[in-house]
Ligand binder design. Structure first.
Ligand code: PEP
Ligand code: MG
Length: 325
């Protein structure tokens, strides 16, 4: 039987030379799809909790959130499930909490908003911790982090939520790992400090590209300028992974790049081994990984990091892929 994307769908992620790659799911878009992915992925690398919030007509109660998160933690029972705290603002608006700003991408968004409205954050984190009380496979991910102070402040609130839940339940609950998104360029240069305050990081290449290139990711007028293969984005990705490894900080990628066949050879060549992607990309990426040898992808990265333009990068990756059939 010859190998196709379909035949490798249920197998673990592994490169040609036998090295494993953790394949994680970006969840929150389709509950039906997620139900079927439990044994095809190694866990959930990103659950965008704002999606269910956006579909409601008012803030979901703590109880409603507990039920939602419990469902997610149970589908993937003994695998890690990374729940990201609310990332609203900018393009992601709640109909019941309109925000009008001149420059929303640089405005009140993600962790900025929930630290200013700690009640929203506390309710959500309590719900996560209650949902996790029995299963213990929760990881909490914080979006739009720009500074270490934000991490410290969020961690204090998470600790407080933990005490509140323990008081309510009357027993000790497991403490989840806490990580942050690396998606604002300021964080590229703070990885050593981040490593001292969190358990893991996840690179959000969608926003990292938007903010590094100063190109609104949703503005069709400048869509031709939005390019994750821009050499500066790649240099940043390379640097982030290098620093994280140097400081023993577990790292994954959860932006669109992680599921993009043009980017996967580059990410693996840089040393990334944890990729979180939409369900529809899982089989294709697993298939591709089986044809990638890390000494070859490392060579490709060395070459690509010398490129001047995204089209040069694209050409080099295309030539590399063609040589491998
Ligand atoms: C990202 O920015 O890359 C990311 C994964 O988060 P979102 O797309 O939800 O902003
Ligand atoms: Mg983002």
């Amino acid at each position: 039987l010859s190998e196709t994307a379909e035949t490798v769908a249920g197998q673990p992620g592994v490169m040609k030379h036998g090295e494993p790659v953790t394949i994680l799911l970006n969840a929150g878009l389709s509950a039906e799809l997620e139900q079927t992915m439990g044994d095809r992925v190694d866990g959930v690398g990103l659950y965008r909790t704002e999606v269910p919030f956006m579909l409601q007509s008012g803030f979901p109660s703590e109880e409603e959130q507990v039920a939602q998160y419990q469902g997610m933690l149970q589908v993937f029972n003994n695998k890690p499930v990374t729940l990201r705290t609310l990332d609203i603002g900018a393009d992601k608006q709640l109909p019941y909490m309109p925000i009008s700003e001149e420059n929303p991408s640089l405005g009140w968004r993600g962790i900025r908003l929930t630290l200013d409205q700690p009640e929203i954050f506390l309710v959500q984190v309590r719900a996560m911790l209650r949902a996790n009380a029995a299963s213990g496979n929760l990881k909490i991910l914080l979006p739009m982090i720009t500074s270490i102070e934000e991490i410290d402040e969020a961690r204090k609130l998470i600790e407080r939520a933990g005490h509140e839940v323990e008081e309510m339940l009357g027993y000790e609950i497991p403490r989840p790992q806490v990580g942050v998104m690396i998606e604002v360029p300021s964080m590229i240069f703070l990885i050593p400090q981040v490593a001292r305050t969190v358990d893991f990081i996840s690179v959000g290449t969608n926003d990292l590209t938007q903010y590094l290139l100063a190109v609104d990711r949703n503005n069709t007028r400048v869509a031709n300028l939005y390019d994750s293969l821009h050499p500066s984005v790649l240099k940043a990705m390379y640097q982030i992974n290098l620093e994280a490894r140097r400081h023993n900080l577990p790292i994954s990628v959860c932006g669109e790049m992680a599921g993009d066949p043009m980017s996967v050879p580059l990410l693996t060549g840089m040393g990334y081994r944890h990729l979180s992607m939409n369900g529809k990309n899982v089989s294709r990426v697993k298939y591709l990984l089986r044809h990638l040898d890390c000494s070859e992808t490392e060579q490709l990265v060395a070459q690509v990091l010398q490129a001047s333009t995204a089209s040069e990068v694209r050409y080099q990756v295309a030539v590399f892929m063609e040589r491998r059939g």
